[in-house]
Design a protein around this ligand. Structure first.
Ligand code: PEP
Ligand code: MN
Length: 277
């Protein structure tokens, strides 16, 4: 039992040797490389990007069908149609898929079409969503709330674990600070702290953490050296035309170059720490 001020995290400490699977793919014994567009836009768009990220070495395909947008007038995703295109693309390139679920009413559908559920930063404290997601079989990637302390983030994951769920992954995606030169402030110490405190895999979403393509590669490599278990990056074949987050979306060749260096850095990290790649 991990004691945190007056809070008890009962289950987080109890996940040793926990293997998390998406279909046949073992997420715990592979460094997770999640790539894909912010949002699924068309059948062709997600399929083209799926082929490219697969070729670059991604092992999980991302794509939003239900998009939480700051403005109610922005493109909010294709919903069910998007889930179907994402599933088709994942099957075409044999990659497991991840997509965000925003509403308890969509959980069943998302689980039907997708291999991993993502709970986004805006819903990181939506306790009814966490409770309901915790009752499903599919793995959950839980993002850190943009204003959450590490302790609050761990309390959120505790909601999932309390329902008996074991296949959970935490995702640091940057937090709100006074800084404005990056979209959010990437908190790499949170990765280290959570890895010290729990056995839960921790990945880093570099795209939303930085919002800047010019610093993504360096922060990917820094995240690997901080000990993360995977990286999420947004990729688009035509960033200028993207309906969501085009400015921070990598072109396939940029993604491929980063993945190559990430893999090299991960090998170095594992040699240094005498652990398996
Ligand atoms: C996303 O990954 O598509 C997303 C919206 O991320 P976040 O919830 O971290 O903003
Ligand atoms: Mn995005």
């Amino acid at each position: 039992v991990i004691e945190l001020s007056d809070l008890k995290l009962v289950y987080s400490s109890d996940l040793a040797d926990n293997v998390i699977k998406a279909g046949n793919f073992d997420l715990t014994n592979n460094f997770m490389l999640i790539g894909g567009p912010c949002a699924v836009e068309t059948e062709k768009q997600i399929l083209d990007i799926a082929k490219q990220v697969k070729k670059s070495g991604a092992n999980i395909l991302r794509g939003g069908a239900y998009k939480p947008r700051t403005s109610p007038y922005s493109f909010a995703g294709l919903g069910l149609e998007g889930l179907k295109y994402l599933q088709e693309a994942g099957e075409a390139v044999t990659l497991p898929t991840v997509t965000e679920v925003m509403d308890t009413r969509d959980i069943e559908t998302v689980c039907q079409y997708c291999d991993i559920m993502q709970i986004g930063t805006r819903n990181a404290h939506n306790y009814s969503l966490l409770r309901e997601a915790g009752r499903q079989d599919k793995p959950v990637i839980l993002k850190r709330g943009m204003n959450s302390t590490i302790e609050e983030w761990l309390c959120s994951v505790e909601y999932l674990l309390k329902e008996g769920k074991k296949n959970v992954i935490l995702c640091e995606r940057g937090i709100r600070t006074t800084e404005t030169y990056t979209r959010n402030t990437l908190d790499l110490s949170a990765v280290c702290v959570v890895k010290k405190m729990t056995k839960i895999p921790v990945i880093v979403d570099i795209s939303h953490a930085t919002g800047r393509k010019d610093i993504m590669e360096d922060l990917c490599l820094a995240s690997v050296m901080a000990g993360c278990d995977g990286l999420m990056l947004e990729v688009h074949t035509n960033p200028n035309k993207a309906l969501c987050d085009g400015k921070q979306s990598l072109r396939p060749n940029e993604y491929s170059n980063i993945v190559f260096k990430v893999k090299e850095t991960r090998k170095f990290y594992c040699v240094l720490h005498k652990s398996a790649v």
